[in-house]
Design a protein around this ligand. Structure first.
Ligand code: MLT
Ligand code: ZN
Length: 453
């Protein structure tokens, strides 16, 4: 009996996908930047089945790559070196919204959009939101500690995670879904697993914090003379009680999204050096407080139109860039007072003819650097941008994760002691390096038993 036969016995033949055409969608990420091959995609539907799959994989000496919506940007969820692709797509259960605790339990395969709709049907909301919401899943968001546009108000994924259900490499199941708001009983394993990118356990469900659903919204697009002016807006904007998002779009980013959508730029501001999109949300219309605040601000050139149109442009930047080619993508963050210095450096280090498209989340000093046409200079550009990020007190990954894309950099940012502690945790929980090898930590290709025969 081959290990594929054993997997079929666990999850049923229809959920072990070996056909090349069917595997293909799992083997390449949504932006077609990362690709790898897998002998099979296995789609369990319960933590017990995941546990059995992990035991079979361990016995066969074959690694496992967990995958949710496959919307990652750092290659962490595509198969490598013949690993089995473990899809969490069938974990779509959504528990009842508990208004008492303001929490809900969601399966790892629930999309962020489905979770938001489910919460809103009960008058609440899920706080973490970004453009890929229709495909991105709870499991992937937990695993990468995803952020998005509302971090300024509610934080990233980690503070939303009240508990987790997860399967460890040895097949044991951690069931910590009670969601107690206060607990100091030892190490908080759910917090450890958030951001571990599938290297310590396979997350199967999460107990998530919900927030009020603010139905009244108002957004503005502010054209600033410069990025410096954009950063100086922050203390003013933070005075808004309804502040929900402060997004940064450098002029190129706004332009590529508008071109992609075939729409006119939302505001006519050819001289602008940076655009800031402010979103407010409250239980009553926040337009007046937003307009009042912006009226007094220095550096505001224009206030743009409707919120939906602005979000449409904002949410399409990544896809618009992807349609132009395969960029060098870096998701970095620095203390916001250093953002201008970092961005200047990016423009300085790109080679002649390359195109830098920058956007991100201003309040967190988080900029998504996309360089098209860096070609042979890619490695040098990456080196200089990431090194500068670290020197400016920042992080080489703000919300996309390390994946396989930045493994060489983790130690440089964290320092030897923290890095050694991380490796020790990995070794303790996954001594055979079965779970997502090559992600977070560099690893040599594994030897494996043949899938068939
Ligand atoms: C975003 O903010 O839209 C996402 O992080 C995606 C990206 O950086 O491309
Ligand atoms: Zn982002």
């Amino acid at each position: 009996m081959t290990y594929v036969d054993e997997l079929c016995a666990i999850v049923g033949d229809p959920h072990v996908l070996t056909d090349a055409d069917v595997r293909a969608t799992y083997e390449t990420d949504w932006l077609r930047q990362w690709h790898g091959e897998t002998p099979c995609v296995v789609r369990p539907s319960s933590p017990e089945e995941v546990a059995a799959v992990l035991r079979v994989a361990a016995a066969a000496g074959v690694a496992i790559v967990p995958q949710g919506g496959n919307t990652g940007l750092v290659g962490g969820s595509v198969p490598r070196n013949g690993a089995i692709l473990l899809s969490l797509q069938r974990f779509t259960a959504l528990g009842p919204v508990d208004p008492m605790s303001m929490q809900v339990t969601a399966g790892a395969g629930v999309t962020i959009e489905a979770l938001q709709q489910h919460a809103r049907a009960s008058g609440l909301d899920f706080a973490v939101d970004w453009g890929a919401r229709a495909s991105a899943t709870v499991g992937g968001a937990v695993s990468t500690n995803a952020g998005g546009s509302r971090v300024v108000r509610f934080g990233a994924m980690r503070p939303q995670v009240m508990g987790l259900q997860a399967v460890l490499a040895d097949g044991s199941i951690i069931d910590q879904l009670a969601g107690l708001p206060k607990e100091t009983a030892g190490l908080h394993l759910p917090s450890l697993l958030v951001g571990s990118e599938g290297t310590l356990a396979v997350v199967t469900a999460a107990r998530l914090r919900l927030v009020p659903w603010y139905r009244h919204t108002a957004a503005a697009l502010i054209a600033c003379d410069s990025l410096t002016d954009a950063v100086l807006l922050l203390p003013e904007l933070r005075r808004l009680p309804s502040l929900d998002a402060v997004e940064l779009m450098m002029p190129e980013a706004l332009a590529v999204a508008c071109e992609f959508l075939g729409v006119r730029p939302p505001i006519n501001a050819h001289e602008a050096g940076a655009f800031v999109m402010v979103d407010c949300a409250a239980h009553s219309d926040p337009s007046e407080e937003l307009v009042d605040l912006l009226a007094d601000l220095r550096g505001v050139l224009a206030i743009g139109p409707k919120r939906e149109a602005l979000y449409k442009v904002r949410d399409h930047i990544t896809i618009a860039i992807g349609a132009l080619g395969a960029p060098l993508k870096l998701d970095v963050a620095v203390p916001v007072e250093n953002l201008d210095r970092l961005v200047r450096l990016v423009y300085k280090v790109i080679p002649t003819g390359a195109r830098a498209i920058l956007f991100g989340h201003l309040a967190e000093g988080n900029v998504h650097v996309n360089i098209l046409g860096a070609d042979a200079s890619q490695d040098e550009v990456r080196e200089r941008v990431l090194q500068a990020t670290i020197e400016l007190g920042g992080t080489i990954s703000a919300e996309h994760g390390i994946g396989v894309a930045k493994v060489d950099w983790l130690k440089r940012q964290k320092g030897p002691a923290a890095y050694a502690a991380m490796r020790a945790i990995k070794k303790a929980l996954d001594p055979k390096n079965l779970l997502n090898p090559g992600v977070l930590f560099a690893t040599a290709p594994r030897r494996r038993r043949a899938a068939r025969g």
